[in-house]
Write a protein that binds this ligand. Structure first.
Ligand code: HEC
Ligand code: HEC
Length: 376
């Protein structure tokens, strides 16, 4: 299956079938001459919707979103009382932490770069190696991961149960349930909040919707190159990525300074040899805000990341002008950032477990990968 996906790369429009072509009505109305690039782009990509999308099996209600927002910012869900989801996915700076790899419990350095949570709801595959199938499964991971928040479901439930306001809010968010305050509902509330973290109306989306003059000539040339050289074979759909996995190094494996040998990606999930160094094609929405790049976070410069992709994934030695143009195009993917009100959290009570911010420095990087991937 993996091999099939990779060899289909030659046919750039392989994802065009999946991507719903949304030819804008405006174009038809004015009977403008058909613009081939615009048409092709609409076959391969989709704009971010302006409305919050539905989440399978989890109605996105106002009560749930508000509760999820509180949980998102509450550091008491971590053993140390220091870390919240927002520590590593800072909603004020692109939904990630802009660190090489994340720093979690006890100042431990995690093995991978933090991906943005913006538009994550549209990703088919979560995580660099896709080990969580959706945001709900995902949300319980970091709370428990020893290298991240290092808590347990029991700790989280006793923290939340110790504050009457949380009890009330869970009852409101999950009406009719006998026991609304459960670990699963913590994940559901966070998932509902995450579904609101979308970034519509990027310049590229306005282009897709028919505003052909909003992109400069260089940006259009970059888009054309992005399609023609084969980038769109892996980075397509609504998020320009986030749909499937590919070896990092289809043509040429990058050096160990960019692809550290100890992180074998999807291999850790499937134990299949062909999945060694296989990672998710990164969603490229808001990419100018989410440096450093790659799962190792080793590359800070977007132009350099683009040039590396050309060589490693396509065997294409892109010229400086081509790299510039593609990067200019990628910068048109920055959408309207969600404006999120900082919640006022309920005050702790005498029953609230006290934080234990002990500092440990002893984990080896290999153990850290192990710790993080063993929590699903
Ligand atoms: C210590 C830093 C840290 C904390 C705290 C943290 N995360 Fe993450 N998060 C990461 C890293 C690193 C990854 C990537 C891990 C991987 O792919 O192996 C990640 C991945 C994710 C993803 C997947 C995004 C994608 O595109 O695949 C989501 C969603 C997410 N985290 C949500 C959360 C939520 C919700 C919380 C709070 C309950 C949280 N994170 C807490 C560091 C953190
Ligand atoms: C064969 C599939 C494939 C092709 C073709 C491909 N990519 Fe990628 N891309 C990936 C994968 C997989 C990653 C994640 C690598 C990693 O960090 O493990 C990635 C990562 C990236 C990143 C880093 C984003 C981030 O936030 O870390 C950028 C930028 C990028 N690709 C742009 C491009 C461009 C531009 C092209 C065309 C020149 C291209 N890609 C071609 C699969 C592909």
């Amino acid at each position: 299956m993996r091999l099939a996906a990779v060899s289909a790369l030659a046919i750039v429009s392989v994802f065009g079938v999946a991507a719903i072509a949304q030819d804008s009505g405006a174009e038809a109305d004015t009977a403008a001459p058909v613009d081939e690039l615009h048409q092709l782009a609409n076959e391969l990509f989709e704009p971010i919707p302006s409305m919050v999308p539905a989440v399978e099996g989890n109605a996105v209600t106002r009560e749930k979103v508000e509760l999820g927002r509180m949980l998102w910012f509450d550091p008491r869900l971590s053993a140390s009382g220091v870390l919240s989801c927002n520590s590593c996915h800072n909603l004020a700076m692109g939904g990630d932490d802009n660190l090489e790899t994340s720093i979690g419990h006890g100042w431990q350095r995690g093995p991978r770069n933090s991906p943005t949570v913006f538009n994550a709801v549209f990703n088919v595959a979560q995580f660099w190696d896709g080990r969580a199938e959706d945001l709900r499964t995902q949300a319980t991971g970091p709370i428990q991961a020893a290298v991240e928040m290092a808590a347990t479901p029991e700790l989280v439930l006793s923290v939340l149960n110790s504050m009457p306001e949380y009890q009330e809010r869970f009852a409101l968010a999950f009406p009719g349930e006998d026991e609304p305050l459960t670990f699963d509902n913590v994940a559901r509330a966070i998932e509902a909040f995450e579904a609101t973290l979308i970034t519509p109306a990027s310049r590229f989306d306005q282009y897709l919707e028919g505003n052909l003059n909003i992109l400069s000539d260089e940006e259009k040339e970059g888009l054309q190159l992005f399609i023609d050289t084969g980038c769109a074979g892996c980075h397509a759909g609504v998020n320009l990525g986030g749909q499937d996995y590919f070896p990092f190094g289809v043509v040429e494996r990058p050096g160990s300074e960019i692809l550290p040998p100890n992180d074998k990606g999807r291999f850790a999930v499937t134990q299949t040899a062909s999945d060694e160094y296989v990672f998710r094609a990164v969603p490229l929405r808001n990419v100018e805000l989410t440096a450093p790049y790659f799962h190792s976070g080793k590359v800070w410069d977007l132009e350099q990341a683009v040039a590396i992709m050309g060589v490693s994934q396509l065997g294409a030695d892109l010229s400086e002008e081509e790299v510039q143009a593609i990067s200019a195009f990628l910068r048109t993917l920055t959408g309207e950032q969600p404006s999120v009100e900082l919640p006022i959290l309920p005050v702790s009570t005498p029953e609230t477990p006290q934080p234990s911010p002990q500092v440990k420095n002893s984990l080896e990087p290999e153990d850290a990968v192990q710790d993080q991937t063993s929590v699903r």
